[in-house]
Ligand binder design. Structure first.
Ligand code: 5AD
Ligand code: SF4
Length: 432
């Protein structure tokens, strides 16, 4: 039986960060996890501790005057009706054992994760997707979270082997949006009723700390939207400044947990540094995103299982899981793309293993095939990012070719077809 766990839910993010500091100082083992939807709170992050230490932690936090809402057993999401749903399906013995664990709310171990990724595209495969979808419904509900992504610069100082924006790709026309252009899009997105704006770019130091802070403040002031930054690696001080200026979320994908593969794909970079950045972001109170690329040359199914275990251990709130798409004019141009099937499996298994996280059905999946993105939403994903980059730039934000222009209409169509719910406030006749 896995050890019983408790969740510490604090009154505010400041309280949570203070609890984090105090517990770290006293040597308590804990992990930051998203607050389960059904418990809802002002602060999106809870601290998960061993139930046996709950009394000691409670005393410590009282002594330190940290505002705590509750310290209570972590809800076990039991998929009570799962086996019933799968009844009559010809599932294998091993698959059935793992499903029983899920039915009882028992955490999956690495072997379970690996075996689930190995299921064939037959009855087990279908059942896996059904289970992923059920877990999605149970943990994050039916609303598909729609976020807008503005790609404001395609300059990049890095040279990732798989990416069309890499600095050595001299054939690509480059652009940077002005602050006025960025603001015009932000206002439009807000008018369409969208609540989160993702500001994404290559790693472009042209935008200084002060520039990004000014942009964040102005967007916040004029629209009040949640803002996600996805601008690559910066210093800890810069992350702190962005947070103070209004950034809520930060997306920084680990891409792969295979360290050898990581350093091959990212010349001059160390995996440990990347992981350290995620730690900083969490420490600073960001709702933090990580993720991987599925089907990278040289990646094994064991690597993918390790990715999922790492996602769980890192206690992040968002997982961007997308297939590898070979990009022309990059060293990986001749390799085959990642498969939609494996990407769906990684989404479903991540949902089953980690449960309460935001998982987008990615643009990369839509680029493989429009229907593939819809299926991503039907196997465990709960978020879609629509692209709101102005048309004149959209085509040259060319991470990979033929990038699908995921828009609001298509997204609402998918939501309707899947009989899911659209976020409140979205204007169906929007202007994005
Ligand atoms: N195929 C799939 N995903 C890619 N990315 C970059 N290049 C590719 C590619 N060729 C993803 C990376 C990065 C995000 C901005 O785009 O995961 O984090
Ligand atoms: Fe730059 Fe990101 Fe592309 Fe790497 S993946 S080259 S950091 S835009």
């Amino acid at each position: 039986m896995p050890e019983e766990r408790c969740l510490v839910i604090c009154k505010s993010t400041t309280d949570m960060l203070r609890a984090d500091r105090e517990m770290r100082r006293r040597g308590f083992a804990f992990r930051a996890v998203p607050v389960p939807g059904e418990l809802g709170s002002v602060c999106a992050t809870a601290l998960e501790i061993a139930a046996a230490e709950a009394a000691a932690v409670e005393e410590l936090l009282k002594e330190s005057k940290v505002g705590v809402i509750s310290i209570a057993p972590a809800p076990r999401t039991r998929l009570a009706e799962l086996m019933q749903k799968l009844d009559g399906k010809r599932i294998s013995l091993r698959f059935g054992q793992i499903m029983e664990k899920l039915q009882e709310g028992v955490a999956l171990d690495r072997e379970d994760v690996l075996d689930l990724l190995r299921v064939e595209d037959g009855s087990d495969g279908e059942a896996l997707f059904q289970a992923g979808d059920l877990m999605r419904k149970r943990t994050v509900g039916d609303t598909v979270d729609v976020r807008a992504c503005l790609e404001f610069s395609n300059y990049c100082r890095k040279n990732c082997l798989y990416c069309g924006l890499r600095r050595d790709n001299k054939g690509l026309a480059r652009y940077r949006m002005t602050e006025e252009e960025i603001m015009a899009v932000a206002v439009k997105v807000h008018k369409a009723g969208i609540r989160t704006l993702i500001l994404q770019s290559g790693e472009d130091p042209y935008y200084t700390e002060a520039d990004i802070c000014r942009i964040l403040r102005e967007i916040k002031q004029r629209t009040g939207m949640r803002i996600t930054l996805s601008i690559g690696e910066r210093t800890k001080e810069e992350y702190a400044a962005f947070r103070a200026a209004g950034a809520n979320n930060y997306l920084l994908k680990i891409e792969t947990v295979n360290k050898k593969l990581y350093s091959y794909l990212h010349p001059g970079d160390r995996w440990e540094d990347r992981a350290k950045h995620t730690g900083w972001l969490k420490e600073l109170g960001y709702v933090t995103g990580t993720g991987n690329i599925v089907g990278l040359p040289g990646q094994t199914i064991e690597d993918l299982a390790d990715d999922i275990c790492y996602f769980r251990e890192s206690g992040v709130h968002m997982l961007g899981i997308g297939p590898f798409i070979p990009a022309p004019d990059t060293p990986l141009a001749v390799y085959p793309p990642g498969s939609a099937l494996m990407t769906w499996k990684v989404i479903a298994v991540a949902r089953l293993a980690i449960r309460n996280v935001y998982i987008p059905s990615t643009t990369a999946l839509a680029t493989l095939d429009r229907e593939a993105q819809k299926k991503g939403l039907a196997v465990g994903a709960n978020t879609v990012m629509i692209i709101v980059t102005p048309e004149e730039y959209r085509d040259i934000y060319r991470i990979y070719p033929n990038k699908m222009a995921v828009d609001l209409n298509w997204t609402l169509e998918m939501i309707g077809e899947l009989q899911r719910k659209q976020p409140v406030g979205i204007k169906t006749t929007g202007c994005v």
